[in-house]
Design a protein around this ligand. Structure first.
Ligand SMILES: [Fe+2]
Ligand SMILES: [Fe+2]
Length: 329
């Protein structure tokens, strides 16, 4: 994870009139070729031209990426207020900025204790949730990607879903919701601590080296706990997001109400997102399940004891409402 000199960025993320002026590169036959100098503006015509040529990504030097992240993180609040940027584009910029933040943290786990950054991002995610339609949120969440690294987009999507769940199901104040956001963004943080070889696989979470992967819950928990800055509810999410209601999960095998309720909700968001997300394996795309199929499978699993059935029913209801809002928008 520490070798990447070039950072790929989706052209969806390069918003003319907002994105900082940096040199952009294209990858041509394995080489990086300059696409534009820092002085030349990236325009809507650039975007259309790239789209016509099926170019989804451009590249930035890792050093520039730090500047971009700083700029975007500091200006997101103002960007969300702008009238000349559509809700979908705002969502894309916001969620992709959170992904970029997570890439930083996974590369340098000690950054996880810099509270200001993640609290700011989570509050902006909540703000966007209140001020956008389900359609805008879903469409922008779909485009966020950690590129080959499934886990980053996944973490942001789980966080967005979990915030929505907690808002709807539990009477929670802003501090409580912020903790849900933190726990969700970092729920797979332990993956950064197990060997690079495992994490670098695009299919890291689907069964290969599963035994090793299972350690990410406890390892993430121990790492974050010893920093001494995270609340119990954050740590509960990180530690218990692979428990199962019947006690068949890991790392502790906790059962029923012994699994903190916030973690029980996270489990549902985590599984739903994993099932519905497209994965890439050896450059071959494997489509995620449809919303209906994922819920059907989860309903069967809930009946077999994997999840709290009452909570699952509420989850299903919320998901169906969102999908309905999406389809009728
Ligand atoms: Fe996990
Ligand atoms: Fe996960």
């Amino acid at each position: 994870m520490k070798y990447r000199y070039w950072r790929p960025i989706s052209i969806d993320y390069i918003t003319p009139g907002y994105f900082p002026d940096v040199a952009l590169y294209m990858k041509v036959n394995g080489n990086f070729v300059m696409y534009k100098t820092p002085e030349r503006k990236f325009t809507e015509d650039d975007r259309l031209r790239l789209e016509r040529n099926f170019m989804e990504f451009l590249y930035i030097r890792a050093g520039d990426m730090m500047e971009i992240n700083d700029y975007l993180e500091n200006n997101l609040a103002e960007m969300l207020e702008r009238k000349d940027i559509s809700g979908i584009v705002k969502g894309r910029i916001l969620y992709q900025t959170v992904v970029n933040y997570l890439i930083d943290v996974f590369e340098r786990p000690e950054l996880v204790s810099c509270q200001e950054r993640y609290v700011n991002l989570i509050h902006l995610m909540l703000l966007h949730q209140y001020s956008s339609t389900a359609k805008e949120r879903i469409e922008s969440l779909r485009t966020v990607t950690g590129l080959n690294y499934y886990i980053f987009g996944h973490s942001v999507q789980v966080a967005a879903l979990n915030l929505l769940m907690h808002e709807n199901l539990f009477d929670m104040n802003l501090d409580g919701l912020t903790d849900v956001g933190i726990g969700s963004l970092f729920h797979d943080m332990g993956m950064a601590l197990i060997s690079d070889g495992v994490l670098d696989r695009p299919d890291a979470l689907c069964g290969v080296e599963f035994h090793k992967l299972k350690q990410h819950t406890q390892q993430g928990y121990e790492f974050m706990q010893q920093l001494g800055v995270f609340s119990k509810s954050v740590l509960d999410i990180v530690r218990h997001h692979h428990e199962r209601y019947d006690g068949s999960g890991y790392p502790t095998g906790a059962k029923g109400a012994a699994i903190p309720i916030t973690a029980q909700a996270t489990i549902l968001c985590d599984v739903y997102n994993a099932l519905t997300t497209d994965r890439y394996r050896s450059h071959r795309k494997r489509n995620g399940m449809t919303h209906e199929d994922a819920l059907k499978l989860m309903r069967e699993e809930a009946r077999a004891g994997a999840y709290n059935t009452e909570l699952f029913n509420q989850f299903e209801e919320i998901m169906n409402v969102i999908l309905m809002q999406y389809e009728h928008a």
